[in-house]
Design a protein around this ligand. Structure first.
Ligand SMILES: Cc1ncc(COP(=O)(O)O)c(C=O)c1O
Length: 455
């Protein structure tokens, strides 16, 4: 019997992305290629996506409304994009794939179509896009679940909350696949099983999972999944909500207008009668973003054709390199809910003892050409839990940080990240901690920036 082939991840190349040769100035003099290490906010466009969009652009035409050749072609492309995304997500035959603007839009759409008096269960650790849309429905009761410290505890917490649910009506659980703060993977399959065992449905916030890891709706047995194109190498303004059709079909349209309506007629009493589509079009009123949808589908195809599993393996190696590099620097604390051994994607947040995180991030940018993010990452309750309580009053960004960290630094990367960016980043963290910043910084309009008077 032949041995199972093992991918040598050191030979898997990063996928070509736009901006890889862009030079940025250093405050200390000279230029360096930009190291984009903020993929969790927005990833650079895949070159392949850009090329596909450029090739289609001359053929661009209106969708669902023109008799002309290019309108027909664009309509076909839009619907093929939908089918490609359904394939990428492993959708069930009856699932619908809706094109939205983003994950935020997708989850707000789902909130809008919940049956009356749905009970929603959401961990406090979620990104605000998954935490907040439900409260906008006055008839919906939201239960916020405490941050679990292990994946098993997440399942137990949910089980208990669902079991206590009274009265027994429609219920929805909303959970992230991968945290935008810690990168840790959540036990989605187990949470889905718990939800279903208690008659609830579950929506997966795949904004951080889908760019880093294959997502299979049917295999995970989640009812819906949502993600954003701009985090999946397709920054053309499209997102996705995919999953069960019934709640989508039973609710009124998310937006009222053309495209969502099949027929409109005047009534004898002077009003109008509307027959709404029952397909995805019901919630896609207005002219669709065909370029966004096509770009998003092109990114899905590109990841699949590149061998997503090989990219996952390579990213694991990069995650290990970042974590090893940070572990070697005294005073660096990596934020984690589930502990060191938890599987995670390329999203890592940390604080550095004695440093204001905004100052640290500004120095990484100005002195090393590295783009990371500092802040609370639109997950305030989670970051505050991880930082260990409420922060002190904000200090001046260049001054040593004596007290509780206000916020954290996040480094994030993916399929387009070359090894050099990771090496530069870990080297820069070590050098900054050992030798300090080489420049002075100050707060300007709420941002930490190099002080020009330090030159
Ligand atoms: C886990 C998670 N969910 C939802 C969102 C919202 O995504 P978007 O801003 O594309 O709507 C983000 C964005 O950072 C995220 O990280």
């Amino acid at each position: 019997m032949s041995a199972c082939p093992v991918t040598d991840v050191s030979t898997v190349e990063p996928l070509p992305v736009l901006g890889r040769d862009v030079l940025v100035p250093l405050v200390t003099g000279g230029e360096v290629t930009y190291a984009a290490l903020d993929y969790a906010a927005s990833a650079p466009a895949l070159q392949r996506v850009w090329d596909d969009v450029a090739a289609y652009a001359p053929y661009y035409g209106s969708v669902h409304r023109g008799a002309g050749y290019l309108s027909q072609l664009s309509t076909d492309l839009f619907e093929k994009s939908r089918a490609d995304v359904a394939g990428f997500l492993g959708c069930r035959p009856d699932d619908q794939v809706l094109f939205t603007r983003s994950t935020t839009d997708s989850l707000n759409l789902l909130a809008a179509v919940l049956p009356p008096r749905t009970r929603v269960f959401v961990f406090e650790t979620e990104h605000h896009a998954a935490l907040l849309p439900w409260e906008r429905r006055p008839d919906v009761e939201v239960t916020y679940l405490d941050a679990p410290r292990t994946p098993g505890q997440a399942v137990d917490t949910l089980e208990r909350a669902l079991a206590a649910r009274q009265p027994y009506g429609p219920a929805l659980v909303c959970v992230t696949g991968a945290s935008n703060v810690t990168g840790e993977l959540w036990p989605v399959r187990e949470l889905a099983a718990a939800a279903h065992a208690h008659g609830a449905r579950i929506v997966l916030d795949a904004a951080q999972l889908a760019p880093h890891h294959p997502v299979d709706i049917a295999e995970l047995d989640v009812d819906w999944a949502a993600f954003s194109g701009h985090k999946l190498y397709a920054p053309f303004g499209a997102g996705v909500l995919a999953g069960r059709a019934d709640w989508l079909q039973e609710a009124g349209p998310y937006l009222a207008g053309g495209g969502a309506s099949r027929a409109v007629s005047r009534r004898a009493d002077g009003g109008v009668d509307v027959e709404w589509h029952r397909t995805a079009a019901r919630h896609e009123a207005g002219s669709p973003n065909v370029i966004g949808a096509y770009a998003l589908a092109a990114a899905c195809t590109a990841l699949t054709e590149a061998g997503f599993d090989r990219l996952v393996e390579r990213e694991r190696r990069l995650v290990a390199a970042v974590r090893d590099g940070l572990a070697r620097v005294p005073g660096v604390r990596v934020l984690s809910l589930f502990g060191d051994d938890a599987p995670r994607v390329g999203v890592i947040s940390f604080v550095v003892e004695g440093w204001n995180s905004s100052h640290f991030a500004a120095a990484l940018s100005a002195e090393y050409g590295i783009g990371v993010r500092d802040g609370l990452f639109c997950a305030h309750p989670l970051v505050r839990t991880l930082l260990g309580g409420e922060p002190d009053a904000p200090g001046e960004c260049g001054a040593p940080d004596e007290g509780q960290s206000l916020n954290a630094i996040r480094v994030s990367f993916g399929a387009g990240t070359p090894d050099e960016h990771i090496e530069r980043f870990t080297g820069a963290v070590q050098e900054l901690v050992e030798k300090g910043a080489r420049w002075r910084y100050r707060t300007e309009n709420g941002r930490c920036v190099p002080d020009p008077s330090a030159a």
